[in-house]
Design a protein around this ligand. Structure first.
Ligand SMILES: C[S@@+](CC[C@H](N)C(=O)[O-])C[C@H]1O[C@@H](n2cnc3c(N)ncnc32)[C@H](O)[C@@H]1O
Length: 425
């Protein structure tokens, strides 16, 4: 069997990260404070995270979809504009999204290879891996996956076709990505009826008009057909409602088809390069659990905001240590608290509401893990976040902690002694 080699190819045991539980987020307070979070979002380098999770999740993940950098040798900025016109890129504010820049293909493969090996280990015996790449590196990845999984574990090469403008004038426009699908064993999940699509009208008309169509074999037109291995979904275009501003975000419909096909409700779906969290959103909408990892703080913040907006069950946010620390906010927010007969009202200044992207409240701050009972997110079309939140007095303890993320991605926290505020009120 041909095997891909390059001069620096090695496999050494990676140093496991220390996973620190930073916060438990109860979207809109659902389940606060007693529900345990079954879904996880981890901020850190996935190699160390994979190693840290191995004792717990060896052979336990039902589906891994993963969409690493493609070896494009570009840096992808994130759009952080606040409600500016989508059609005027010159007005957008940009920030670091993620880099996809490598010294050479060897450096890229040094990154990809041990991570694919780590993911293979965590897959359940019936598990499926979907690796999303494009023409830049998919040929190399296919050989790596053959080596790791075995050539007979290859299931599909799915071509995701899309369209859109392109500056290329010297070749055909490159408008497809490649999804390589491998299974852990011969027995794997494939929910054929969950992914059926309607036959096109021409086929329906042909069978209606002639009994000889299909050489006399009439398909079950009502049940629909199993899609081919090439799929059309529009890219998350500039004006699309799904768009988060995080670069190279994939369409939810694409992820929903993958999750439906290769996993069952209640199972665990993981994405170790999760970006804006499309996999987490698809998994949670379809009743699966998720484990999502990204090394970029903006990716983790974007994923958390998306999950809060759709109102999921509680999720646990971990920081992999040693790792990056979020940059401290440029400015402390001005927060006022008013004691109303049955609740506390927390108000930000109007100026703060314009430079924040997100804020959340732990009404019973214990000084270690943040229990986020209430969150405020800023929709990408809004220029400000809501600046007032009321919480019932009964749910607030001695200390209340407010955390916030600025539009720039920088973070801050304010702790209030609510009883002292009450005494002076
Ligand atoms: C192509 S994007 C994923 C986009 C995602 N599928 C979506 O729909 O938004 C690749 C992601 O991999 C992340 N990444 C790159 N290297 C990583 C690493 N070593 N560990 C964890 N995440 C990494 C980047 O920060 C980036 O968010």
């Amino acid at each position: 069997m041909p095997v891909l080699t390059w001069s620096s190819k090695t496999l050494t045991a990676p140093q496991p990260a220390n996973l620190l539980l930073d916060s438990v987020v109860y979207p809109a307070g659902t389940g606060y404070p007693l529900s345990t979070a079954q879904d996880r979002l981890v901020w850190g380098d996935n190699l160390a995270v994979l190693a840290a999770l191995q004792p717990e999740l060896d052979g336990k993940i039902d589906l891994i979809y993963t969409d690493p950098p493609f070896f494009t040798n570009r840096r992808f900025p994130a759009r952080i504009g606040r409600g500016e016109d989508s059609r005027k890129p010159q007005d957008w504010q940009l920030a670091e999204g993620y880099p996809d820049a490598w010294k050479d293909i060897d450096a890229y493969l040094d990154m990809l290879y041990p991570r694919l090996v780590g993911m293979h280990r965590l897959l359940a015996p019936h598990g499926v891996l979907v690796l999303h790449l494009d023409w830049h590196a998919n040929a190399y990845a296919r050989l790596l996956l053959d080596e790791i999984f075995g050539t007979d574990r290859f299931l599909n090469e799915i071509i995701w076709v899309y369209h859109g403008p392109s500056p290329i004038r010297s070749a055909f426009n490159r408008k497809h990505d490649t999804l390589l699908v491998y299974t852990r064993s011969e027995q794997y999940t494939f929910n054929v009826d969950a992914v059926r699509i309607p036959y096109d009208q021409k086929t329906v008309d042909t069978f209606a008009s002639s009994s000889k169509a299909g050489f006399g074999k009439q398909p079950n037109l009502e049940r629909g057909k199993v899609p081919e291995d090439w799929w059309y979904f529009p890219v998350v275009a500039r004006l699309h409602n799904e768009r988060t501003g995080y670069p190279t975000q994939k369409p939810q419909a694409l992820l929903e088809r993958i999750v439906n096909a290769f996993s069952n409700p209640g199972e665990l779906v993981a994405d170790f390069f999760c970006g804006s969290g499309t996999t987490a959103v698809a998994a949670t909408r379809l009743g699966r659990h998720y484990l999502c990892v990204d090394s970029s703080w903006r990716a983790v913040h974007t994923t958390r905001s998306r999950l809060v907006e759709i109102g999921t069950t509680p999720l646990a946010l971990y920081h992999a240590s040693p790792g990056a620390q979020a940059e401290a906010a440029a400015k402390r927010v001005q927060l006022s608290v008013a004691a109303l007969p049955t609740c506390w009202r927390f108000s930000l200044s109007a100026e703060d509401s314009h430079h924040l992207d997100y804020w959340e409240i732990d009404p019973h701050w214990d000084g270690s893990t943040f229990h986020s009972a209430f969150q405020v997110t800023r929709h990408r079309k809004q220029s400000a976040v809501a600046c007032q939140v009321e919480l019932p007095r009964a749910c607030c303890g001695q200390q209340v902690c407010i955390r916030y993320v600025e539009v720039s991605g920088k973070c801050g926290q304010v702790v209030l002694d609510i009883q002292a505020v009450a005494n002076t009120a």
